[in-house]
Design a protein. Sequence first.
Length: 405
Amino acid sequence: MAVKLSVPEFLHSVPGVRLGVAEAAIKKPGRHDLLVMTLAPGTRAAGVFTRNAFCAAPVTVCRERLGRGDDIRALLINAGNANAATGQGGIDDAHATCAAVAEALGCAPQAVLPFSTGVIGQRLPVARMQAAIPGAVATARPDGWLDAMRAIMTTDTVPKGATRKVRTSQGEITVTGIAKGVGMICPDMATMLAFIATDAGLDQAAADAALRSAVGVSFNCVTVDGDTSTNDACVLVATGATGAPINTAHADYAPVQAAITEVCTELAQAVVRDGEGATKFITIEVGGATSESEARQVAYSVAHSPLVKTAMFASDANWGRIAMAIGKAGVDGLDQSTVSIALDEVQLIERGQPHPDYREERGSAVVAKEEFSIRIGLGRGTASARIWTCDFSYDYVRINAEYRT
């Protein structure tokens, strides 16, 4: 059950982008599980991928093609099968399915980027995908975003999309994105799959910079369970359909980059709100650190603690578990006498000791809410960090225990 997350009712079309879906019965029949996103000639593409050493075949292929600077004309996304831990056969399968898109679209095979999500360790049903791809290409349309966000879902309970329009010197520019992911979510880079498109004329350097900046404050600030996926990928495509090229020094770069960041942030938070079995959306803010990395280290220690996450599910203001998680974060020289902890505005710990005004019922009232903040002060410096996470419920165990059934 997603936490205060509703199905997007409308997503702006992006000039230069068309989207088509099809049923390939990749895991189960009776649903769209394949998406082809076609791109206008001259589109710039930038990608950020998982740092998991056991990365999936499509990640390897995408890195190679983007690294060579290949002209990208289409994205192929399938749900139900991750094509991970499949060896050379998985690489061959990714190439074969990309070739099918290329044939249907009339472009070079290396102009297609593949993405997969689902069960690890199984080969793709290539023949079924090859049979479905021509229909997806033939029916692709500019307003296909709502169907697209549903086609890439796995255990998601709510499809995820976000859209913005921003005024620039070249007129109005659109940024629209979709994402999937509810489990196996942790930074490096914590997206599962996300696809953002704009009609801005970002050059390659600007597209790369805009994406990395946006991911740094969005997808790299979320965690559901601390597990970094084999398939994480976030791609930005800039079709340039609305005007002149934009580099990082151009006056229009800042508003476009801000809109991309807003879309990424909304999608990243949606992933956490729909975390597998999530009932609480939790913001963890850490201040008073000697560096941002130190603040993140503490924030993730709290966010990844099963004891903290289960207490939050039970609406139990067991702040001792938060203190434990801070202490095990591995911060050199941490002095507990300078640490403070609060739930929203309710102060629990001040300078390492229980706050004299704290009452259990006040803390319990905060953690009973669907959304709240855990605020931590380390008293060591001026750096800070903020991340988003969720609780662990009975359903998290059930969903992951039954994932392959």
